[in-house]
Write a protein that binds this ligand. Structure first.
Ligand code: 6PG
Length: 471
C-alpha cells in the first residue's frame, strides 16, 4: 500500500503539516533522520503522541521511506534552511526518478532555491520551493502557502496544498503559485519582512504607552482591544493583547522577558536584497537594526547608567495623544506594507517573475502571521495599482494621519523614547512625497571631490556635467 505523499523532517512545522494532511485523508509516509546515540525515534514518536492515524507510516530509513511512496513521488522537505537542505537533496537525488516532485517548505533563501531548481531540473526532478506561514497552529489548522518553482510540479501537488491551506473570506485556499525558481521563497522572505516591521511598530507603540503615557499592560491591552474594532485589526495586534494580559505571580509576564530580540535571518536577507536592487526599505532595516541593538544588552546597560537620561513620563491630554498614536500606528503600517511590496515589485520586474500582488495579498488574508484588515483591503487596492501609496483611499488616509505621525515621533524623541520604525515611516513618507530633494547637493559634492559628474534638470537629463567648483 503505497502512500500518496511523503514528509521529511518532524520538527514542529513538519509534524503539524503532516498531521494536517493526514486529517484531510491523505495517506502519508513520514521520515526523520535517525540521529546516532539518540534513543528517540522521531517519526515513530509522532504517531505515539498522536495515536489513531492509520494513514501515516513512520520511517527512519530514507530508502524505505522513498520506496513507500507511489509514483510520481511527492516529497515535502520541512528541515532547517541552509546546508541541511542541500545534504538532504543530495541524498534523495539517486533515489528519485524524473517526474518526481520535491518540495522545500522551509524558510530557504530564495537564491539557494534558484540554484537548487537548476540542479534538480537537470535531473528531471520537479522542484517546488514554497513559503509556509502561520507558525505551529497555522501549519496544523491551515497555513498560508507561497509556492514557486516548477509549474508542473506545483500543479501536481496543488490539490494537497489546497486541502491543508487556510481559506480566505470567500472560502478559496490561501495558496497561489508565485512564480519560477525561488519566487515562492522570495515572497515568504518579504512576508517575514513585513512581519518584522509590524512587530517593531507595535512594540514601539506599546513602549510609548507603557513608559511615556504611564499605562499598565492591562490598560494597553484594553486600548488595543478597541483598536481591533477598527482598520487596525491584525493577528499580531490580537496576540499582543493576549501577551499583555498574561500574568505570572501577580505581575505582567512581559516584564520578566529579557529584552533581546532574536532573529533567524529572513529580515536581514530582505535588507540585503533591498541594497542589491537599490530599493529604499528603511522601515525594515530599522526593524532589523532595532533587534540588533536590543541584542547589545551589556552595552545598553552600561550606557544607560553613564548617561542616565531624563525620560519624561505622563502627559496632560491622554485621550488626545492616544488618538494621534492610533493614526500614527496606522500610517506606519501602510508605509511598512508599501515598502515591502515595492521590494517585491522591483525584484519581480528585474527577474520577469510577474508576481501578482493582489493574489499575494489574498493568500496573506488568512493563515499567515501578517493577516489583517489592511491586508484584506490590499487585495482590491493591488487590482488597480502596484503602489499602495498611489491609491485614492491610501492618499486620503495618509494625508490625514501624516501630522499625527510627525507629532508622535516628535514627542517620543523629545521625551527620550526611541521610535526607529515610526520615525523612518514618516521620513520615508516625507521623502517620497518630495519632488525636489536634497540629493542635488549630494551630486554637487560628489562632483566637487571626485569629478563624478552630475546631471541637470534644465536640459538633456542624460548628459553628464562637470564643474570646476573652485574657480
Ligand atoms: C511565519 C513566521 C515564521 C517564523 C519567523 C520568525 O510566517 O510563520 O514568519 O516563518 O516564526 O521566521 O522569524 P524570526 O525568528 O527571524 O523572528
Amino acid at each position: 500500500n503505497q502512500a500518496d505523499f511523503g514528509v521529511i523532517g518532524m520538527g514542529v512545522m513538519g509534524k503539524s503539516l503532516a498531521l494536517n494532511l493526514a486529517d484531510k485523508g491523505v495517506s502519508l509516509s513520514i521520515y526523520n533522520r535517525y540521529v546516532e546515540g539518540k534513543e528517540v525515534r522521531v517519526a515513530e514518536k509522532v504517531l505515539e503522541e498522536n495515536p489513531g492515524y492509520n494513514n501515516i507510516q513512520p520511517f527512519e530509513n530514507i530508502q524505505s521511506f522513498v520506496a513507500s511512496l507511489s509514483s510520481p513521488k511527492s516529497i515535502l522537505l520541512m528541515i532547517p534552511a541552509g546546508n541541511a537542505v542541500d545534504l538532504q537533496i543530495n541524498e534523495l537525488i539517486p533515489l528519485l526518478n524524473p517526474g518526481d516532485i520535491l518540495v522545500d517548505g522551509g524558510n530557504s533563501f530564495y537564491k539557494d532555491t534558484n540554484a537548487r531548481a537548476e540542479l534538480l531540473k537537470e535531473k528531471g526532478i520537479l522542484f517546488v520551493g514554497t513559503g509556509v506561514s502561520g507558525g505551529e497552529e497555522g501549519a496544523r489548522r491551515g497555513p498560508s502557502i507561497m509556492p514557486g518553482g516548477d509549474k508542473d510540479g506545483f500543479s501536481k501537488i496543488a490539490p494537497y496544498l489546497e486541502v491543508i491551506a487556510a481559506k480566505d473570506f470567500q472560502g478559496k485556499p490561501c495558496v497561489t503559485y508565485a512564480g519560477p525558481g525561488g519566487a515562492g521563497h522570495f515572497v515568504k522572505m518579504v512576508h517575514n519582512s513585513i512581519e518584522y516591521g509590524e512587530m517593531q511598530a507595535i512594540s514601539e507603540v506599546y513602549y510609548l504607552m507603557r513608559n511615556y503615557l504611564d499605562l499598565s499592560s492591562l490598560e494597553i491591552a484594553d486600548i488595543f482591544e478597541k483598536w481591533m474594532d477598527s482598520d487596525l485589526a491584525s493577528y499580531l495586534l490580537e496576540i499582543t493583547i493576549d501577551i499583555l494580559r498574561k500574568y505570572e505571580d501577580g505581575e505582567p509576564l512581559i516584564d520578566k522577558i529579557l529584552d533581546q530580540a532574536a532573529q533567524k535571518g529572513t529580515g536581514g536577507w530582505s535588507v540585503n536584497t533591498a541594497l542589491e536592487y537599490g530599493v529604499p526599505y528603511g522601515v525594515l532595516s530599522e526593524a532589523v537594526m532595532a533587534r540588533n541593538l536590543s541584542a547589545r544588552k551589556g552595552l545598553r546597560m552600561i550606557a544607560s547608567g553613564l548617561y542616565n537620561l531624563d525620560r519624561f513620563t505622563g502627559i496632560e491630554d491622554l485621550e488626545n495623544f492616544l488618538d494621534k498614536l492610533q493614526a500614527a500606528y496606522q500610517a506606519t503600517r501602510i508605509i511598512n506594507h508599501e515598502v515591502g511590496f515595492s521590494l517585491m515589485l522591483e525584484v519581480s520586474e528585474k527577474n520577469n517573475w510577474a508576481l501578482n500582488f493582489s493574489e499575494i495579498a489574498r493568500i496573506w488574508t488568512n493563515g499567515c502571521i501578517i493577516r489583517s484588515k489592511l491586508m484584506e483591503e490590499l487585495v482590491d487596492i493591488f487590482k488597480e495599482s502596484n503602489h499602495i501609496l498611489l491609491n485614492y483611499e491610501a492618499i486620503t488616509a495618509l494625508k490625514s494621519y501624516q501630522g499625527d505621525l510627525s507629532y508622535v515621533v516628535g514627542q517620543a524623541l523629545q521625551n527620550g523614547f526611541p521610535v526607529p520604525v515610526l520615525s523612518n515611516a514618516i521620513n520615508y513618507f516625507l521623502g517620497v512625497t518630495t519632488a525636489n530633494s536634497a540629493a542635488s547637493l549630494i551630486q554637487a559634492q560628489r562632483d566637487y571631490f571626485g569629478a563624478h559628474t552630475y546631471r541637470r534638470n534644465d536640459g538633456d537629463p542624460d548628459k553628464a556635467f562637470h564643474t570646476n567648483w573652485k574657480e
